[in-house]
Design a protein around this ligand. Structure first.
Ligand code: SF4
Length: 469
């Protein structure tokens, strides 16, 4: 049933049909993979850990050790404390982790497992143990949010557990959200080019994107160090990528308690560190905001390297404008990513006709209209959407291109239009972790990819085999 021309009621089905979101502990696992020496443990059934591992391996093409406390029928009825304690013993013997990241599942949350008590019980059984790992617990029932709610909840839990107050230092915290490994490496280089000390969290740029090993590493190298996580409490400022963050279902509980929905907000409230929530820096306008912020915090002007990248990008926009202007795109994915991506598309002259996410914050439309009322005036916004809904709506709207993760491939195939694979997951191509999306370099890559896909489509469908544009 259509409400107005830019909003439709999502039909309520007993089950979602090809969900446009992933499971909450998957987001938690990504964050735990971004902490040095950390092993994630999923407190719940074996199948939850297996599903998460399968998804991550398929995108990252890396070994993916994620432990599970392995619930059975008996555990479900009598509680999982025995499995929890034995599981931690086993993991410690095998992996000797510095940090254990515990994420709950639908099942363990439903039966009301009290993880802080279980951790306390474990520690009380090992009071003489000098090598006790640090425990970080994130509450991530998947029925109450998406992988992004799990992701941000875990960032918040980690910062709450590790940030230490102390003498203020001239450094910056970058909470960069769920971005590709190559984007993480790029952001680190940019911050270093401004001469800033920093903590970027979570940093899975190495642990999820390794060089070829000679010997198998049980816990891959890389990750934000404990020391750097402690220092988040002494930084001058925090920059968070995203404005929606975990304002979805899980956060409702947190909002009700303390109005804190992110690591940056917690640091601001508890340690008085100024927090800057910015749109994910995709495209020129959003990247300018990020660069200006770094220039202000560091006191260093934007390095020439980046003004040159920006100039080349504008030149490329001019060269390719006639091929993209007025094209109609379907965009989907995580809410903050989709906001950044849609603003970039509007910037290059593409009309995002459908903007969709499985996220249920309800803020997608508001965030985009607030920033570009004109470009999104006729856009169809689908919040809490699944791929079947996107497909049904898309069939009526004559799009030219699909832009999102590989799960939307079948829509592009059915409509016989190109798909630009971006974000996560990319299951049907190699190189997903190496897709650049952010800052001027990322915008250059996205622009070239999109223009060339459109040109390729036109060329393939032309009766003449032309060789010049
Ligand atoms: S949705 Fe729930 S039951 Fe399914 S894998 Fe995720 S945590 Fe496990």
């Amino acid at each position: 049933m259509q409400k107005d021309k830019t909003t439709i009621e999502i039909k309520q089905f007993a089950a979602s049909r090809n969900a446009c979101k992933l499971c909450s502990p998957l987001g938690a696992s990504m964050v735990f993979k971004g902490i040095e020496g950390c092993i994630p443990m999923i407190h719940g059934s074996q199948g939850c850990a297996t599903y998460i591992r399968r998804y991550l391996i398929s995108h990252y093409k890396e070994p993916m050790d994620i432990a599970s406390s392995n619930f059975s029928e008996e555990t479900t009825i009598y509680g999982g404390n025995r499995n929890f304690i034995q599981g931690i013993d086993n993991i410690r013997k095998q992996y000797a982790p510095l940090v254990m990241g515990i994420a709950t599942t639908c099942l363990s949350e439903t039966i009301g497992e009290d993880i802080p008590s279980l951790i306390g019980e474990y520690e009380s059984l090992h009071t003489e143990d000098e090598n006790m790992p640090i425990f970080i617990h994130a509450s991530t029932p998947s029925y109450n949010g998406t992988h992004m709610d799990g992701f941000h909840e875990t960032v918040l839990s980690t910062i709450k557990t590790l940030a230490e107050e102390g003498k203020r230092e001239h450094r910056v915290n970058i909470l960069s959200g769920f971005i590709s490994t190559v984007d993480i490496r790029m952001i680190k280089t940019i911050v270093e080019d401004f001469g800033l000390e920093y903590t970027l969290f979570p940093d899975y740029s190495k642990s999820m994107d390794n060089p070829c090993w000679k010997d198998y590493l049980l816990i891959p190298d890389g990750g934000t160090t404990i020391e750097d996580l402690k220092k988040t409490g002494t930084s001058t400022a925090t920059i968070e990528f995203g404005t929606i963050l975990n304002k979805g279902s899980i956060a409702d509980r947190i909002i009700n308690k303390s109005n804190i929905v992110s690591g940056g907000e917690w640091l601001e409230k508890n340690m008085y560190i100024q927090n800057h929530q910015i749109i994910m820096p995709i495209g020129i306008e959003a990247t300018d905001v990020f660069m200006d912020l770094l220039a202000t915090i560091s006191g260093v002007p934007v390095p020439e390297k980046y003004t040159l990248q920006r100039g080349r990008l504008i030149d490329a926009y001019i060269d390719g404008h006639k091929y993209v202007f007025g094209k109609r795109a379907i965009v989907y994915g995580e809410e903050d990513f989709v906001v950044g991506l849609s603003l970039f598309l509007a910037e290059i002259g593409i009309q995002p006709i459908i903007v969709a996410s499985g996220g249920e914050s309800g803020l997608l439309k508001k965030e985009l209209l607030k920033r570009n009322n004109k470009a999104f005036a006729d856009t169809m916004f689908l919040s809490g959407a699944d791929f079947e809904t996107i497909r049904e709506v898309a069939k009526e709207m004559s799009p030219d291109i699909v832009i999102g993760n590989s799960k939307g491939y079948y829509i592009a195939r059915e409509l016989d239009i190109p798909i630009a694979r971006v974000g996560f997951p990319i299951h049907d191509r190699v190189g997903g972790p190496r897709i650049k999306h952010l800052c001027y370099e990322g915008a250059q890559n996205l622009f070239d990819t999109i223009v060339n896909l459109l040109l390729d489509y036109k060329q393939e469908h032309s009766p003449i085999g032309y060789k010049y544009m």
